[in-house]
Write a protein that binds this ligand. Structure first.
Ligand SMILES: [Cu+2]
Length: 168
């Protein structure tokens, strides 16, 4: 294989890597390095993240903490743990973000939520645009596939070109 053919191959491989990275679901460790702890500033952590449908949250914490999901913004604001669902206490809790919308999590240990140990996660549809209506998700998914299709086609043209070049 000559030089230009291998450059084309590299370009193609690079594009495939970019594509696969784009399509890959991300894992968000809640609170970053500090993890799920009273001292973590969850608002500033969350504001630096983009949560997409298909991504997962991972809560990492010591046995003095737990994770519970609160059903509404008002319960979240009041730290109303009475109606909490989906309680987890295994120290390494994984939550999958299956659809666009906002979800509320707080620590179940007495007093911790009031100390700020809570986080609000707003998930957007996979294309990255916030989606308030439920029917926006399939549309953005298919346009993503459409773009990906053109990328793959472009890559194939390059490979065919480099193969033809080699045979001269
Ligand atoms: Cu706690």
């Amino acid at each position: 294989m000559d030089k230009s053919a291998s450059y084309n191959m590299l370009f193609f491989i690079g594009m495939m890597l970019m594509l696969s990275k784009q399509g890959l679901a991300e894992q968000h460790v809640v609170g970053g390095k500090q993890g799920w702890d009273e001292s973590t500033d969850f608002d500033s952590w969350a504001s630096g993240q983009t949560f997409k449908v298909g991504d997962t949250l991972v809560f990492k914490y010591s046995p003095m903490h737990s994770v519970a999901e609160l059903g509404s913004e008002s319960k979240y604001n009041k730290c109303d743990m009475g109606a909490a669902t989906n309680s987890m206490s295994d120290g390494n809790s994984v939550v999958k973000l299956t659809k666009a919308g906002t979800r509320y999590f707080a620590c179940g240990t007495a007093g911790h939520c009031d100390q700020g140990m809570k986080v609000k996660i707003t998930t957007v549809s996979a294309s990255g645009s916030p989606s308030s209506s439920s029917n926006a998700t399939p549309t953005s998914n298919s346009s993503g596939t459409y773009v990906a299709g053109w990328f793959v086609l472009g890559g194939l043209v390059l490979v065919v070109r480099s193969l033809m070049h080699v045979s001269y």
